[in-house]
Write a protein that binds this ligand. Structure first.
Ligand code: FAD
Ligand code: SF4
Ligand code: SF4
Length: 406
């Protein structure tokens, strides 16, 4: 417990993202799926006093921190960066299988192949239950490729972070921005993080869906979960279809546009509505989609936009390009990147007002001191500010997000 805040407070308030750090740091706590289809630490009274103190200090649900706090922001929305440009995996298979252009996978493959790190810590589909995903350690380029593709369903990427650190070998992490915030928070307490984690790579993130998203897709397709042998969210093209295969030989595919057409059906984690670092200021490099207007109009060969945030990230992308793992394209201006990510821009400007609504519910406060939310909040249209605050107050004030029956 930090101050008056406990993990139960965080979970009850809807601020847990299910990152899994609670499982890594507390001996008798593990991540379990609740009835709403979210992974949450369980049991909530399973922490020792010391464990809970540490978990509440590092929880990314309430503490958001970029990895580089020393450099001034280049832009109020995008934070500090050195470079923004198009990039994609040079290897055609990696580019095709990857979620967008395979940049994150290609960087991971370069780091292994060059011997810079011993393994990549990231996530992949769970072989035993293809709807689920799990943290994994990849030691070969083929293993890194097996984790390619975005997993929109619940996953606790940090649940095995202790196992990765205990190997005492240099490694790189690929994970969502909130997962990397947790790692940055923990680095203050666990010195091994900065010694062993050589690179932190992330994706621009619009939010993590609960299991209800995939369950609805299966229900609509009349496929029982027990028959699913493959559930691929995207990749194998850009964006690539969502593909489901069954044990009786059926395969169905849905286009990205059909899957995400209606935001109401996204089943996002509640905490994602309050995300102050969806653009990955916590990483050396953040990779994104680059669709004009923010949505794909069809399939293409796969193009990422990369936001290089640190000297280490710049060095990595240059070396990976030189070694033939990455192809670099044109520079991307802020105006252009804003056009690729209109929902992110609007969310970031609305956050000050959402945080105001959250505060009125008595929920734990979210600390995001480096996110420029006051400045950005002033750019948000005055007429819509109250609506954002009311929306957050109603969403977080009248709902208990804990499901003890999990
Ligand atoms: C939940 C989610 C929401 C996203 N929303 C947006 C968005 O709004 N705008 C946008 O531009 N891009 C978004 N993306 C990013 C986009 O889908 C691609 O991940 C990004 O462009 C990198 O593409 P890539 O081809 O380089 O990735 P790949 O080469 O396919 O590599 C993806 C890597 O990410 C890891 N990974 C996949 N899913 C998860 C997960 N759930 N948690 C932790 N690690 C994971 C994999 O293990 C793999 O190493 C989102 C991704 C996710 C996972
Ligand atoms: S977000 Fe992570 S650290 Fe915070 S309560 Fe949830 S599992 Fe624990
Ligand atoms: S939107 Fe933010 S809080 Fe939600 S999963 Fe993405 S990085 Fe994490």
């Amino acid at each position: 417990m930090t101050g008056n805040v406990s993990i139960k407070n965080i979970v009850d308030a809807g601020l847990c993202i299910g990152c899994g750090l609670c499982e890594a740091l507390a001996a008798d706590v593990s991540m379990k799926k609740n009835r709403q289809g979210s992974l949450r630490p369980y049991p909530l009274d399973g922490f020792t006093r010391e464990e809970e103190k540490l978990c509440t200090m590092v929880c990314p649900g309430i503490h958001i921190k970029p990895s580089n706090t020393a450099s001034p922001p280049t832009d109020a929305v995008w934070g500090h960066y050195l470079n923004m440009q198009y990039a994609w995996a040079k290897n055609e298979t990696t580019r095709h299988i990857g979620s967008t252009g395979g940049v994150l996978t290609a960087l991971g493959q370069y780091l292994i192949k060059s011997g810079t790190v011993d393994f990549i810590y990231h996530v992949k589909a769970d072989d035993k239950n293809p709807l689920d995903s799990k943290a994994c350690i990849s030691e070969t380029t083929a293993q890194v490729l097996a984790g390619a593709g975005s997993r929109y369903a619940p996953v606790a990427p940090l649940a095995a972070l202790d196992t990765a650190l205990n190997r005492n070998q240099p490694f790189a992490v690929i994970a969502k921005p909130c997962d990397l915030s947790a790692i940055e928070n923990l680095s203050v307490k666990d010195k091994r993080i900065n010694q062993l984690i050589r690179y932190r790579l992330t994706m621009v993130c619009g939010g993590q869906s609960t299991a209800q998203k995939a369950e609805t897709v299966l229900k609509n397709a009349d496929i029982p979960e027990s028959q699913v042998t493959l559930y691929r969210h995207r990749g194998h093209g850009n964006p690539g279809p969502t593909r489901i295969e069954t044990n009786d030989g059926r395969a169905i595919e849905l286009t990205y546009q059909a899957l995400w057409a209606d935001e109401v059906g996204w089943s996002l984690e509640s905490r994602c509505k309050l995300c102050a670092d969806a653009l990955g200021e916590c990483a050396d490099i953040a990779a994104a989609d680059v669709w004009p207007g923010g949505s794909p109009t069809g399939e293409d060969e796969g193009f990422n936009g990369v936001v290089v945030r640190t000297e280490a990230g710049q060095h990595l992308i240059e070396q990976a390009t030189k070694a033939g793992f990455i192809t670099l394209g044109r520079t991307i201006s802020i105006a252009r990147f804003n056009d690729f990510q209109p929902h992110q821009l609007e969310k970031k400007q609305a956050l000050k007002w959402r945080f105001l609504g959250l505060k009125q519910t008595g929920a734990p406060e979210i600390n995001a001191p480096y996110s420029r939310l006051n400045e950005l909040g002033q750019q948000f249209p005055e007429a819509k500010r109250q609506q954002e605050a009311d929306g957050a107050r109603s969403r977080f004030g009248h709902h208990n997000f804990t499901d003890e029956s999990s």
